[in-house]
Write a protein that binds this ligand. Structure first.
Ligand code: ZN
Length: 326
């Protein structure tokens, strides 16, 4: 996949050629990994939406779109170490990677820790249904080594407010507007003075500005189409429940993050890098001149004194056999 990124002003870029396989995070610094940056569209450009926030040894995964397990591996994150999952809402493009993350690291990579899932009302029903769908594995793959109880999932059905607090790291859920995706949440992750905000899927609203003001990194959804498609009755409802580049520009301008990042691209008639360039132009034309990153799968953003985007290009780690740690 061709790397194509815009990064403007005061954000250093470094290509990482010899990264350790797991990100080393100390104190209140954070690493944001764009595990998958696509929407529901079938495209070779981007896998389903999934974003990992790491801070002080904690790994918090936000949404689990299609390909998330593969995306973690390609991001050089051991999949069996990711057990905390926060769902912005229950649309299929945000949860369809959950079964793989749940089952595969359990029987292939020796994960014994239970998954813990935070999400809106309905999450428990979804998890129960998933367990039913995989009843054969649960019943017959379990054995003395791979214990059935390790497949239990702890579910937290949440409302807006602080939903997670552990060793100085907090996650706050913010109610957002996503039409047929409601109830939907954005999430703010705070660790000391560092903060990341993820809009999830939503259109513009003042609640976003309140929650995202002054964060280090703001990860925003974006939707854009050709002028004809944006006017069409078929796509207008889709445009109305996500952030157009002009709305995102307003959000970025009003919150002034150290780095604004687009992820969860929904593009109608705007394929490839040229389509991404249209989104950048519309964002700039709408008045946002600050740091902006067009997210691509496996990008890693280190948040500390500086905000640095790194393209992970070290060899893929060996998951099995003598070279593996497991
Ligand atoms: Zn979505």
């Amino acid at each position: 996949m061709k790397r194509f990124a815009y990064l403007i002003c005061c954000v250093a870029i470094a290509c990482c050629v010899a990264m350790p396989v797991a990100a080393q995070v100390v104190s209140d610094d954070m690493v944001v990994t764009l595990v998958g940056t696509g929407g529901p569209e079938i495209t070779a450009e981007r896998a389903g939406i999934s974003t990992l926030v790491e801070t002080d040894g904690q790994k918090l995964l936000f949404d689990v779109g299609w390909g998330a397990l593969d995306g973690l591996y390609k991001s050089r994150v051991w999949p069996q170490t990711v057990t905390h999952v926060f769902l912005t809402h229950l649309h299929s493009d945000h949860i369809s990677g959950l079964p793989d993350l749940w089952i595969t690291p359990w029987f292939l990579l020796g994960r014994t820790a239970k998954l813990e899932v935070w999400g809106p009302v309905g999450t428990q029903t979804m998890v129960d249904g998933m367990r039913l769908m995989y009843a054969h594995d649960v019943e017959h793959r379990a054995n003395a080594k791979f214990k059935r109880e390790d497949l239990d999932i702890v579910v937290h059905e949440i409302r807006a407010g602080v939903v997670y607090a552990q060793d100085g790291v907090t996650v706050s859920a913010v109610s957002v507007e996503h039409a047929d995706g409601n109830p939907a949440f954005g999430y703010r992750v705070q660790a000391g003075k560092r903060a990341v905000f993820l809009t999830g899927d939503c259109t513009y609203g003042p609640e976003l500005v309140d929650a995202a003001k002054g964060v280090d990194v703001l990860v925003s959804n974006v939707v854009a189409g050709t002028p004809e498609l944006e006017r069409s009755t078929q796509w207008r409802p889709v445009m109305a429940k996500l952030l157009l580049p002009e709305q995102a520009a307003r959000l970025f301008e009003e919150t002034k993050p150290r780095l604004a990042v687009y992820s969860h691209f929904v593009k109608k008639g705007l394929p490839g890098a040229a389509g991404d360039a249209v989104i950048v132009k519309r964002t700039r034309d709408a008045g946002y001149k600050g740091p902006l990153l067009i997210g691509e799968d496996y990008m890693r953003i280190a948040v500390g004194k500086t905000v640095e985007m790194k393209l992970v290009e070290s060899p893929l780690p060996e998951l099995y056999g003598p070279q593996s740690r497991f």
